[in-house]
Design a protein. Structure first.
Length: 75
């Protein structure tokens, strides 16, 4: 099922579309996505986290990476 395999990437592309339409560019989106997924999958498979814990870890890591990126770009 193609739509099931590309749903996550579609959400990332949707966010990048908004950034590019506004005239900006952000090359860190793919790296942040990959890091968040890697940490979440490691936690869920190796550390036996529940789905909710993995989801919160993924969202939290994305927020932290975005905040660090925004701070570095802003200053």
């Amino acid at each position: 099922n193609l739509s099931g395999q590309t749903a996550e990437l579609g959400l990332v592309v949707l966010g990048m579309t908004i950034v590019m339409v506004s005239g900006g560019i952000d090359l860190s989106v793919g790296s942040t996505f990959a890091l968040a997924v890697l940490v979440t999958l490691y936690g869920m498979n190796v550390q036996q986290w529940s789905f909710g814990t993995g989801l919160l870890a993924c969202l939290g890591l994305g927020v932290v990476c975005g905040a660090i990126n925004g701070f570095l770009v802003g200053f």
